[in-house]
Design a protein around this ligand. Structure first.
Ligand SMILES: [Zn+2]
Length: 252
């Protein structure tokens, strides 16, 4: 799917995609009429509403060239939202993986910029894409079971704190220092892996103290394929400050 298709000619196709989604999600034979189109939103937003017994859907035109299965998944997600039911997780996965892939994030950023919107912090760095790194680490080390947090690069470069997982907000922030072609991928991914382990091993209270890096945490950490090399590299760039030199009680 690389050819540019005329917006209007795609509308009929989009209608039938939404029709199919309505049948799939509501499991009804008689579903409302649909009118769907691509729409020049600022980013990757899409909307759906029900008015006078008809369904109106607008899909971000950033997705105009996306594969049919991605549009189908998005349609199911939107329809589920409209009917206040849970969208099948498979659809969430298909859509999310596509929407956060490097080319799509780039396209979204380009349209945002063109349409005059300021880019807020995102998972897409200059060198590495945290969403993609998360997906592959999740698959390789967590059986794909880890819940996806909000991933972002830190605003500024910080050498002292290279990664941070916030349990309250469900976010992982990685230092921009690691978003550079000079830093090997396995190093950046190791820091993300460490923060992901904080999701798997939530902090626990032991005799009035909060333990962030339990024994189980530390042994999982060593499962990382290039654990020793990553640590060596990090000690060098973070030196003389240790990678996680923070007050005992702070989150890490
Ligand atoms: Zn930690």
């Amino acid at each position: 799917m690389t050819e540019l298709l005329d917006v209007r000619s795609r509308d009929a196709r989009l209608d039938s995609i939404f029709n199919a989604a309505l049948h799939e999600v509501t499991r009804r034979k008689d579903t409302p009429q649909v009118q769907a189109c691509f729409y020049p939103y600022a980013g990757l937003s899409s909307t759906i509403r029900l008015r006078n017994g008809r369904v109106f859907a607008r899909v971000s035109d950033v997705l105009i060239q996306s594969p049919p299965e991605v549009l189908h998944s998005l349609a199911c997600i939107l329809v589920a939202k409209l009917y206040r039911v849970k969208a099948p997780s498979e659809h969430e996965k298909v859509y999310h993986e596509y929407a956060t892939s490097t080319p799509v994030l780039h396209a979204t950023e380009r349209t945002r910029r063109k349409r005059g919107y300021k880019i807020i912090t995102s998972a897409l760095g200059r060198t590495y894409n945290l969403e993609e790194a998360f997906s592959s680490l999740n698959k390789q080390y967590f059986g794909g079971e880890l819940d996806r947090p909000v991933l972002s690069w830190s605003q500024g470069k910080t050498r002292r704190v290279l990664g941070h997982h916030d349990h309250v907000h469900g976010t992982i922030t990685i230092s921009r220092t690691l978003d550079s072609p000079k830093v090997p991928r396995f190093v950046t991914e190791y820091v993300l892996y460490h923060e992901m382990l904080h999701i798997k091993h939530p902090p626990k209270m032991v005799r009035g103290r909060t333990i962030y890096h339990s024994r189980e945490f530390r042994s999982d950490e060593r499962l990382y394929e290039q654990f020793d090399d990553a640590l060596k590299y990090l000690e060098r760039i973070a030196s003389p400050v240790r990678r996680e030199r923070r007050p005992r009680r702070s989150r890490s």
